[in-house]
Ligand binder design. Structure first.
Ligand code: SAM
Length: 227
């Protein structure tokens, strides 16, 4: 049956591709990907050769009508991104929304995502949480966002780059003080995976001394949570 299939990909460890995701990639007519080199590596890993079409933030608008036509023509199209779950701080929601609008079936395969991976391992409250994607680069805007959420009663997850993770901790420290519990996870599922967990004053020093490199996720506990 013609459809769009959302296929999560590993966030580091290729072994995390699920059998169901691999089967979907093997059986589809076309794979949407952000970068064909990254996608080819994954397809090689599972022994699949497939037509790939680049689908990124900068060509989404142009691609959506073509993809809709292709699925209406009977094709099964897999939506992937470079790492993790498509549409989560990654391109994709526009094609999903367009499919929904015209009644094309959408299948969503569960799989790797940096948010759930870090949250589950952090030991911070995870009964409810807020994910806020990437912060803006401008310091004053970041600080005003921290002020807005300083008293939020649930855990908050942010994506952050290695270039700004220390600045993230400095700005957050300025707003919430040194006692707030945070978890900074680096290179999840990869060789250099590391978790920094504790009061922000201690974590800031540890991350600062580590010469940050690679990919980071930040988890901030609500004020009520103490270690
Ligand atoms: N769609 C992806 C997901 O499901 O997690 C997220 C894509 S977003 C463009 C990329 C950001 O996710 C990175 O900058 C980093 O903050 C986080 N991330 C992705 N993989 C990661 C990993 N292995 N370790 C730590 N953070 C990661």
């Amino acid at each position: 049956m013609a459809k769009l299939v959302i296929v999560p990909t590993p966030i580091g460890n290729l072994g995390d591709i699920s059998p169901r995701a691999a089967k979907a990639l093997a059986e589809c007519d076309m794979v949407l990907c952000e970068d064909s080199r990254v996608c080819s590596k994954l397809l090689r890993h599972i022994g699949v050769t497939k037509d790939m079409v680049i689908y990124r933030d900068d060509n989404e608008e142009r691609q959506v009508p073509k993809i809709i036509d292709s699925i209406r023509g009977g094709n099964v199209v897999c939506l992937t991104s470079d790492a993790g779950t498509p549409t989560i701080s990654d391109p994709g929601y526009r094609i999903v929304s367009a499919c929904r609008k015209v009644g094309i079936p959408v299948e969503s395969i569960p799989g790797p995502c940096a948010i759930t991976t870090v949250l589950a391992a952090s030991g911070l409250p995870s009964d409810g949480f807020l994910f806020l994607g990437f912060l803006p680069k401008k310091s004053s805007t970041r600080i005003s966002i921290f002020r807005k959420y300083a008293s939020f009663d649930y855990t908050i997850v942010w994506y952050e780059s290695c270039h700004r993770i220390v600045k993230f901790l400095d700005d957050l420290h300025c707003v919430v003080g040194g006692d707030r519990v945070v978890c900074i996870a680096k290179e999840l599922t990869k060789l250099h995976e590391k978790f920094y967990i504790g009061k922000i004053s201690k974590v800031r020093d540890e991350v600062g001394m580590s010469q940050p490199r690679g990919e980071y996720v930040a988890v901030v506990a609500p004020e009520r949570f103490k270690l």
